[in-house]
Write a protein that binds this ligand. Structure first.
Ligand SMILES: [Zn+2]
Ligand SMILES: [Zn+2]
Length: 229
């Protein structure tokens, strides 16, 4: 019989969802339950709210990883960098979108926002991020934007605005592509059915549930498309 290994049993990633800003964007605090080392996935808005939840969980956050460069996922980055002294990362292909965040925010929300600072580094497909004893893999999932990425743990995936519970990301913004989006969705839907999905907006779901019930995916998606023609 295998010896009982206390650490092997209890080391895991904990996930806390923080809903921020007028577009109800999700920010995820992902942290190792033993070392209390963590990262943020996205930094949409409301830095004070995000910081409060980081402190409540007693987590040390030194890195922020963005799923893409749209303003509703990046507006808190400057304040978070100042307060936490953290670094932040994005896929290079979304740099032009990130650089226009303030302009898009003004246009869509009518609010004065400052542009985020330059990223401290870039993520690319296949990169591995270490959090304590855990690893997260970067999957390039373009289509919603050219540099959209998903972040993959052992049993869950953070999909940004590529896949939602019951919906898929828009591809009609500048830099969007339906073909790329469909490819990326195929990549995500080939993950095991029991994988949890944590999207950039709205509630979490699983790969298995989306395969069956998402009206834009699989046979129902094809049927919908065929009726449009
Ligand atoms: Zn977006
Ligand atoms: Zn969004």
């Amino acid at each position: 019989m295998k010896a009982f290994n206390f650490l092997e049993v209890v080391v895991m990633l904990l996930i806390e969802r923080i809903v921020v800003g007028p577009l109800m964007s999700n920010v995820y605090l992902v942290f190792d339950n033993i070392t209390e080392e963590g990262i943020l996935i996205d930094a949409g808005d409301d830095p004070d709210k995000i910081i409060k939840i980081i402190e409540k969980n007693n987590v040390e956050v030194k890195r922020v990883y963005l799923t893409h460069g749209h303003f509703d996922h990046v507006l808190a980055i400057r304040e978070l960098k100042d307060y936490l002294e953290c670094r932040f990362y994005i896929h290079q292909d979304d740099l032009p979108i990130l650089e226009r965040a303030a302009e898009s925010c003004k246009k869509l929300l009518g609010r004065e926002c400052s542009n985020p600072p330059s990223p401290d580094g870039y993520v690319k497909d296949g990169d591995e991020i270490t959090i304590g004893e855990n690893k997260i893999k970067v999957l390039h999932t373009p289509g919603h934007t050219p540099g959209s990425v998903s972040y993959l743990t052992d049993d869950s995936v953070f999909t940004g605005d590529t896949l939602f519970a019951g919906a898929i990301g828009r591809h009609d913004f500048p830099g969007g592509s339906l073909d790329q989006l469909l490819n990326s969705l195929n990549k995500l839907l080939s993950l095991p059915d029991n994988y949890s999905v944590y999207p950039g907006h709205g509630p979490s779901t699983t790969i298995g549930v989306e395969k069956i019930y998402n009206p834009f995916i699989g046979l129902r998606g094809l049927y919908r498309e065929s009726k449009k023609r």
